[in-house]
Design a protein around this ligand. Structure first.
Ligand code: ZN
Length: 651
């Protein structure tokens, strides 16, 4: 299976594989199948949430694509196709990331031509609306730059709701919405529901009312379908708690009662024994500038046994790592518990998780539920893996690696080593070490997060080259550790600069910590030439001359950074960060940006889903689920619109 599918505009379409799906038992396969159907059903909700015109525009554009009789080989038609693909990718007419309206790339006159040469006899115009006025409205929305210009406006100079063109509020101003929800919140106790999460706020006849997203309310036609598949999934659930929370979720969809959503979230957070898991609902609030309304999303997944095993080995040996750490013994933890991170594989993405996909999940969002009942935090193995495989073939490695040997090592061990680094960082790094009594970490102020990320990364870098890694069976040879050192320094000194605009400094704390470490070991190892910059063909590369010495330097810096944290040494923290992490070598930066530009890479990626087919025998009894990967982007989008297009194009 090829990871790369296609590229257009600033987007790249990739494919993830679903490892070991065939080897899951029948019950789990069927469970995943039904949950996946539920995951695909909510697509139209998200489109409508993103903008009132999205569904109408999608169906007009798709009808043109399917029925246009003219020449499809012209540059204009290619532009039209790219526009439609961009709209598909963003679940609407606004860029999924910047939320700006996507420019059409062709003229209004050309759209007229497309419309007049397409067939409309089977096109369903909403009742009471003339086809002509529908098209006039759509053209206005696509081509008038003043109309629906930004989906989520966060510029507080303007009314955030009026200036945002999402569809969560109708005829409502920011202050009206804010006071409406402030009043609701004022009247409750310590366990408030997430007011407003599942409704559109509308002003009708001068009164504010919530149109609730539920079975007999707004989006009811879609919710009916979601409920249908969730009901089917219940009998294949792995345990009683799963059954209970699915039933609660169904009741929540039927009634719209947010207290039921909280109950579902609590049980969901508590359920850790099953292999299959999913999210399905109105969850993240980034699409609303006020952070109240939940966009619909779903993600079905199951445990990755291999990767989870790795995390378990680390957390079982947590004490050994703590006792052998290079930090001052008084700053080691006498008793340390590793965090057992769960690693999952995605089986289906839907709504706001598709096609642009998260690489981890950390839910539920409700603060009091997290405090009282905990949360689930997982990393998604097969998505990370697809990104890695793609990164091995996009030209970056060839452009920036210092030698053929380095490239080979990256291809052979890079994935394993990168994951192990993440596990060491997450399962052990952050939890290690002890703060001196009486020290309040607030003292490190804005340097805290960079220092903390630096500490966790150094813990990982120091240990990945330890003999113990081979003994525990976590890496096959020391070459894997070398691959991690290569990539860490290549990124920290060179490639991460591609994400910084010319003339700017580094601000994001993970990027700061990576440069801090890379620059510090480079300077500290200068006398022994541990790491050097080499020039060849007018290009700069990084070469590591002594891996064991480099490891010692990581250990040395870890000791110092742990001391800084343990003692709350603000002065030292500031010096490290300001001297190594923030400033960018302008000349080098310029060079890196130019080399990167030549690679012509797409900054954003998204994923196609696999196709599942339920086999039944005899008499409608499910007896297998088959998986295949050969659908392309356009076919998948058209199929989803056809099979899961449950909403009328305007409500
Ligand atoms: Zn971290």
């Amino acid at each position: 299976m090829d990871v790369f599918v296609e590229k257009f505009a600033d987007l790249k379409i990739l494919r993830y594989s679903v490892p070991e799906f065939e080897n899951l038992n029948l019950q789990k396969k069927i469970y995943i199948y039904y949950l996946s159907q539920a995951a695909l059903c909510g697509r139209d909700i998200l489109w409508d949430q993103n903008n009132l015109n999205n569904l109408a525009i999608r169906s007009v554009l798709e009808n043109i694509l399917k029925t246009f009789k003219g020449n499809r080989e012209t540059p204009e038609f290619k532009q039209f196709e790219i526009y439609l693909k961009r709209v598909w990718f963003s679940n609407g007419i606004h860029h999924h990331y910047s939320t700006e309206k996507i420019p059409a790339g062709f003229s209004e006159t050309y759209l007229d031509k497309l419309i007049s040469s397409s067939k409309w006899w089977s096109f369903k115009t909403p009742s009471g609306m003339k086809f002509k006025s529908l098209i006039a409205e759509i053209k206005e929305v696509i081509f008038n730059p003043e109309r629906e210009s930004k989906r989520v406006n966060l510029d507080s100079e303007k009314d955030l709701i009026v200036s945002s063109s999402n569809n969560y509020y109708q005829n409502v101003s920011q202050s009206e919405a804010e006071s409406f929800y402030a009043d609701l919140k004022a009247s409750v106790g310590e366990e408030p529901v997430s007011f407003g999460l599942n409704s559109t706020l509308v002003k009708e006849d001068g009164r504010l009312i919530e149109k609730i997203w539920k079975l007999d309310g707004k989006y009811g036609k879609v919710i009916e379908q979601i409920v249908f598949w969730l009901k089917k999934s219940v009998e294949f659930a792995e345990n009683d708690l799963q059954k209970k929370y699915i039933e609660t979720l169904i009741q929540y969809y039927i009634t719209g009662d947010l207290a039921l959503f909280d109950q579902y979230s609590i049980d969901w957070a508590k359920e850790v024994n099953g292999e299959v898991d999913f999210i399905n609902g109105f969850i993240e609030v980034y699409g609303d500038p006020l952070g109240i309304k939940g966009s619909w999303e779903s993600l079905v997944n199951y445990k990755d046994k291999e990767a989870t095993k790795r995390a378990i080995i680390l957390s079982e040996n947590a004490q050994w790592f703590e006792d052998h750490s290079p930090v001052n013994p008084e700053y080691r933890k006498p008793e340390v518990k590793g965090v057992s991170a769960k690693v999952i594989n995605v089986a289906m993405l839907g709504g706001d998780c598709y096609p642009a996909t998260p690489i981890g999940i950390n839910l539920p969002n409700s603060e009091w539920i997290r405090e009282r009942y905990g949360s689930k935090s997982v990393t998604i193995e097969n998505i990370t893996q697809a990104y890695f495989l793609d990164s091995m073939n996009n030209g970056m490695l060839e452009e920036f690696a210092g030698s053929l040997e380095e490239i080979e090592r990256a291809k052979q061990y890079g994935y394993l080593a990168g994951n192990l680094h993440t596990d060491l960082h997450e399962c052990l790094g952050h939890g290690s070490g002890k703060v001196k009594e009486g020290v309040n970490l607030d003292i490190l102020k804005n340097y805290y997060s960079t220092i903390e990320e630096t500490r966790a990364d150094l813990f990982a870098l120091y240990y990945i080259m330890d003999e113990q890694m081979i003994k525990l069976g976590l890496i096959p040879s020391i070459e894997a550790a070398k691959a991690e050192f290569d990539s860490y320094l290549r990124n920290g000194l060179l490639t991460q600069l591609t994400r910084i605009e010319p003339g700017k400094d580094i601000e994001e704390s993970h990027m700061r910590n990576r440069q801090l470490i890379a620059r510090w070991v480079y300077e500290a190892g200068k006398s022994k030439n541990v790491v050097e910059f080499v020039r060849s063909n007018d290009k700069t590369f990084v070469r590591i001359n002594d891996y064991q010495e480099l490891r010692k330097l990581f250990g040395q810096l870890l000791k110092e950074v742990q001391r800084i944290k343990s003692e709350g040494d603000l002065e030292a923290a500031r010096n490290l960060v300001e001297n190594y992490a923030v400033k960018v070598d302008r000349q080098l930066h310029e060079e890196i940006l130019q080399r990167f530009k030549k690679l012509d890479m797409a900054p954003y990626s998204g994923f196609l889903n696999p196709v599942y087919e339920l086999k039944t025998w005899p008499c409608g009894t499910p007896n297998d689920v088959l998986i295949s990967y050969d659908e392309d982007f356009t076919s998948q989008m058209l199929r989803y619109s056809k099979d899961f297009g449950f909403l009328p194009i305007t409500e």
